[in-house]
Write a protein of this length. Structure first.
Length: 305
């Protein structure tokens, strides 16, 4: 099945409809993305040019203000004058994601969206366009830690994960170990998002939000499964989003043992170059159709969902 997203309302002009397809549900920094523009028309459609645009838009929310930044924008012509004949014209091109691209992110104070837009210039008639959000996953140089602990005298709390790197939305599988379960009144595990934002002329913003929480039975070893955050962790010049897995054991004598384990969300870094748009053949989409991808991550879900 092909990944196909209909153009938004208003992107049809009379008997012409535009569709934009990607050959994969997500992209990595430095990776090439295959795109295909489909022009469905009932009559021959003459166009002056067709161009493609890759844009990254960032919005920061601080002290009641919204600041907008465009850290990346690349536009290229992918076709000169031509005619789209019924019933459909297909035009393929590829986009290279910049090596230093920051990942897609939707949070409380930080919003970052990548989009691909295709524009058909019609000369005397109004231009028509279609755009899709692109889900960019961040890359890391190495896996994160797999364990952490907290202790007070003879009492000890350990938290373990099966691995040190997770894809957005993947299952976080692990276990909590207690040296003396009889001394613990309750036990829970939380996934926290820590946002930091430092913008010139504004005070630094630090926000912590609990994304997931699960209460575990108090015993020697308790296993858990939680969903990983929906977006990759990142650290930029003026903003960052990191994640922590926190285990909390409330003690019968008062107080609590708290163990924090930073978790890495993304993929291992690979070499590559990016920033270009160029035409390409059908090979990307032949591969897509053989694999039968059935979903397209062009929507963004809230960070706290």
């Amino acid at each position: 099945m092909r990944v196909r997203r209909p153009s938004p309302p208003g992107e049809a002009r009379g008997s012409v409809f535009l569709h934009l397809e990607f050959n994969k549900p997500f992209c990595l920094p430095g990776e090439e993305l295959g795109c295909r523009l489909l022009i469905d028309t009932e009559k021959p459609l003459r166009y002056r040019a067709i161009s493609a645009e890759l844009t990254c838009c960032e919005k920061f929310f601080v002290e009641g203000s919204r600041l907008t930044k465009i850290p990346h924008r690349c536009v290229a012509e992918i076709s000169g004058p031509g005619v789209a004949r019924p019933p459909r014209k297909s035009l393929c091109f590829s986009i290279s994601i910049p090596c230093q691209a920051s990942p897609t992110y939707v949070g409380s104070s930080i919003l970052r969206i990548w989009r691909v837009k295709a524009l058909v210039e019609l000369g005397l008639a109004p231009n028509i366009s279609v755009e899709e959000a692109l889900f960019v996953v961040g890359s890391v140089s190495q896996e994160g830690r797999r364990s952490a602990f907290s202790s007070r005298g003879p009492l000890r709390l350990d938290i373990h994960l099966k691995k040190g790197l997770f894809f957005p939305g993947e299952a976080l599988e692990g276990a909590i170990s207690l040296s003396q379960p009889s001394a613990v009144r309750s036990l829970r595990v939380e996934v926290l998002a820590l946002e930091r934002l430092h913008v010139e002329h504004f005070r630094e913003v630090s926000l912590a939000r609990c994304l997931r929480r699960i209460v575990l039975p108090v015993k020697k070893t308790a296993y858990f499964v939680l969903q990983a955050p929906n977006y990759s962790s990142f650290i930029d010049v003026c903003s960052s989003a990191t994640y922590v897995l926190r285990a909390i054991a409330s003690l019968r004598v008062g107080g609590a043992l708290v163990a924090d384990l930073p978790i890495s969300i993304g993929v291992l870094r690979a070499s590559g170059s990016g920033g270009a748009i160029r035409t390409s053949g059908r090979k990307h989409f032949d591969l897509l159709e053989r694999k039968g991808l059935r979903h397209h991550l062009t929507h963004v879900s809230p960070l706290w969902s």
